[in-house]
Design a protein. Sequence first.
Length: 135
Amino acid sequence: VACWISLWDLRGEQSWPMPTVLIFFALACLLYLLARIDRAPNPPTGPVAIQAYHREEGWKYAGLFTVEVALTMVTIWMYGSGTQNWVGENAANWPTIVACLTATVSRNRWVQSAALVVILAVWVWYFVTLQSALT
């Protein structure tokens, strides 16, 4: 969602050169990986150990989300610097990437939970502040 909203202003572009298409394809692939990696594997028998999985593997999808936010920031910088919400988009992405990096590096669940709260707070601010741009 954050990537899509950050790139919303680019909908008015008249043409898309191949490097642009490739970058957006890479972002789509990364979003697929994010959706895939946060799913715990089904054991052959017994219940899924979801808490253990997230405790052991959570840093991996936090890292992928960090990469996704970084690619979004680069894409906004390359293609969206002339759009109306460029400043707001970057204001939302900087605290998000710091929270993502913190969650990736730390294995402490409280730090990771705090990072999630920061990201959600940034999204709320972003939606409230830039809602008019989405219509």
